[in-house]
Write a protein that binds this ligand. Structure first.
Ligand code: CMC
Length: 374
């Protein structure tokens, strides 16, 4: 009984040398480095390389790596058809999940089921590139637009945001988008990473692990919180703006509703370092759009009320929701972009799981009846 922790709170599920949330030091450790310092000084592909390989790349290594991340020569045309076949009402996360499943079929059975580091690495890098293509095109195709292919003359982040919005971003926008991707890249043992490792632990393949992870990350208690947070900010704006923001949050709290983008299983009563780092970019982008300043005001009031009433602080999904909006990214793409970034962390975890595997198979606290007779 004393081993039972609902939601596995505080339970150490595995050892890892990929990342660690050091709550006391308020540091997200990624392969020995501080994630915030990495986000500040390195690009998303550099940090993705670090997450997967355990070391930062030199110039030649990063050039080759970024080239592979932008290479769509192995991306089959039929994968666009799969997106086209998804019903118009499909959520993008489900369309992308379906796309990932489909792409697994392009490997021979022996290649797909090869759990060696070399094979997982090759398939994993391909998956990072392919999930970005699926992400941008899921939204386009479900909205009746033609698919777009990556432009390898651009950096990974510039290409990704251009494919998403269809517009030419400013250097500042690319820089902020890149930092967001880096902040999302890896975060120890959230539900989706655990899901991937559980699936990997049966010696199932990396595609299956990704399919489980994306289904997990979709939930509003996890990655889906960024979209929910943005809908809330827009709801407050439409109902009266910053003047009613305090009452709006109080009303929700009194109704025992959750405010999305706040709280965290591990940090809970502390500021998520990623949210603390990213929030300052909001002021830079707010003038970008009509109502940007108003949304920023609402954002700050909601944050104040949550600290005052619940002692809860924003997690990374809160500032990112507004930053994505200011970057003019369609809301249904917020959670898919989170997943596209997290693919790097997932590759590292599946490799680690397969390299030192032990099947996950916990027990239960049985609360049902016994001794029933037929
Ligand atoms: N709004 C209102 N109250 C909250 C919130 C919130 N966002 N988060 C936690 N609480 C309260 C909760 O009601 C409970 O209060 P009480 O003890 O009075 O009943 C207390 O805090 C503890 O909550 P819990 O649900 O037992 O804690 P948990 O560790 O299971 O929850 C969480 C973690 C992330 C699910 C939760 O904070 C939450 O629902 N947040 C909103 C969703 C969200 O932003 N998710 C993103 C998580 S981080 C990034 C990511 O993974 O995408």
């Amino acid at each position: 009984m004393e081993d039972f922790k609902p939601g596995l709170e505080g339970i150490i599920a595995t050892d890892t040398n990929v990342s660690y949330l050091d709550v006391d030091q308020e540091e997200i450790v990624i392969r020995g480095y501080d994630l915030i310092e990495l986000a500040d000084k390195k690009t998303f592909p550099e940090v993705a390389y670090l997450v997967i390989n355990g070391k930062l790349p030199n110039n030649k290594e990063i050039q080759e790596f970024e080239k592979v991340l932008l290479d769509d020569s192995a991306f089959p045309e039929d994968a666009y058809k799969v997106l086209e076949l998804c019903p118009d009402s499909s959520m993008l996360m489900d369309a992308i999940r379906t796309g990932i499943s489909f792409l697994a079929g392009y490997h021979s059975e022996s290649d797909l089921m090869d759990t060696s580091e070399k094979s997982n690495f090759t398939k994993g890098i391909r998956l990072i590139a392919d999930v970005a293509i699926l992400t941008a095109n899921s939204h386009r195709i479900l909205n009746g637009l033609k698919p777009v292919r990556p432009d390898s003359s651009k950096s990974f982040s510039e290409n990704f945001i251009t494919m998403i919005t269809g517009k030419t971003p400013s250097d500042k926008e690319v820089e902020i988008f890149d930092k967001i991707l880096t902040c999302y890249i890896e975060h120890e043992m959230p539900n989706s990473t655990f899901a991937a490792r559980i699936i990997g632990s049966t010696l199932s393949d990396i595609y299956g692990a990704f399919v489980g992870a994306i289904a997990s990350l979709k939930g509003p208690l996890h990655g889906g919180a960024n979209e929910a947070a943005m809908h809330m900010l827009l709801d407050i704006k439409s109902k009266g703006g910053h003047k009613i923001a305090d009452d709006y949050v109080m009303n929700r709290l009194n109704n025992k509703e959750r405010i999305m983008g706040f709280g965290h299983r591990v940090y809970m009563k502390k500021y998520d370092p990623r949210a603390f780092f990213l929030k300052d970019y909001i002021a830079e982008l707010a003038p970008n759009i009509t109502d940007g300043e108003e949304l920023h005001k609402i954002y700050k009031i909601v944050e104040e009320v949550m600290a005052r009433e619940k002692g809860l602080y924003p997690n990374t999904d809160y500032p990112i929701a507004l930053l994505f909006y200011l970057l003019e990214i369609p809301i249904p793409l917020y959670t898919p972009i989170f997943f596209a970034s997290r693919t790097a962390g997932l590759v590292a975890h599946v490799i680690e799981q397969h390299n030192n595997n032990r099947l996950f198979r916990p027990r239960v606290l049985y609360t049902g009846p016994r001794g029933l007779k037929l």
